[in-house]
Design a protein around this ligand. Structure first.
Ligand SMILES: C[S@@+](CC[C@H](N)C(=O)[O-])C[C@H]1O[C@@H](n2cnc3c(N)ncnc32)[C@H](O)[C@@H]1O
Length: 265
């Protein structure tokens, strides 16, 4: 039923005048809408080839009231596979795919920084599950450098297995740990552009409510994050990172600006 719907909506040949209600927006409350729009805009309306953080396959499960259907990728991997059809991968080891062999990859790494030894992080500790629901569900990084190094590693690996013209759809969220703001989204963008990928888009997933993890705190130090990002990176070997902010910054650094003028003609 939903699958049929998908075929109907994902009609890439249909020419419809773009207006305010049907234009693809960079903001949504529904992560399946974002994934669907990434497929439509950047993957020729085709299902993703691979997911390296398949987990419990939430992106692909079909719920009764779902408006969008995201077909399951052919290659499913996870560090902690939850189903037989998901192949185990190991941090700082290769994704078991050939160089340049796939056209699209989905990545949704953990974003929480929290010691794995704390009671709430133990995967089988059912009594304490509620004390750190987010970390339990998605696992965590500790120390914080584990997160940065994994993001860097997996970005390089995704780039290796991606064919020219292929895309990575990478979900991430900024986080706060020990009062320090970790700009994980920015870091992933930098890693992608550093390996030569073209940052082609960013979609913001909004939440209507969030768990408040420090209810006893009297004074708030940072805004509570109600958004996460889906960044889209494209492998374009020829023009790849021509417009990468990192390259433009290098250009700016070499420039002498004092007295410079741009003539208007
Ligand atoms: C946010 S969840 C992914 C949720 C998934 N998208 C879904 O729809 O169910 C994060 C995933 O990253 C995996 N993970 C944990 N540590 C990892 C690591 N060091 N490298 C890669 N993946 C890791 C977890 O097993 C978990 O499945």
């Amino acid at each position: 039923m939903i699958k049929k719907n998908f075929d109907k909506i994902m009609d890439m040949t249909k020419e419809e005048k773009i207006n305010n209600s049907n234009v693809i927006k960079n903001i949504s409350y529904d992560q399946k809408e974002i994934l669907f729009n990434v497929m439509k805009l950047y993957n020729n309306g085709e299902p993703f080839d691979c997911d390296i953080t398949a987990s419990s396959l939430k992106f692909y499960e079909q719920k009764k009231n779902d408006k969008y259907f995201i077909p399951e990728p052919k290659y499913l991997f996870d560090v902690y596979p939850q189903f037989d059809k998901i192949q185990k991968i190991t941090p700082f080891n290769k994704i078991p795919l050939e160089d340049g062999s796939i056209k699209s990859i989905v990545v949704d790494l953990p974003f929480v920084i929290c010691p794995k030894t704390c009671a709430s992080m133990k995967r089988d500790n059912k009594e304490n599950k509620k004390s750190c629901i987010i970390a339990n569900r998605f696992s965590s990084w500790y120390p914080y450098m584990e997160g940065y190094e994994n993001m860097y590693w997996w970005m390089n690996e995704c780039n290796r297995v991606l064919a020219d013209g292929g895309i990575i759809c990478w979900k991430m969220q900024d986080t706060i740990s020990a009062s320090i703001y970790h700009s994980f989204i920015e870091f992933c963008k930098i890693c992608g552009q550093d390996v030569g990928l073209y940052l082609i888009d960013e979609f913001f997933l909004e939440a209507k409510s969030r768990l408040i993890s420090a209810p006893k705190m009297k004074q708030q130090q940072h805004s509570r994050k109600y958004t996460s990002s889906f960044i889209v990176l494209k492998k374009d070997i020829k023009n790849g990172n021509k417009y990468s902010p990192l390259k433009i910054l290098e250009q700016c650094k070499k420039n002498v600006f004092e007295g410079k003028t741009y003539e208007f003609k």
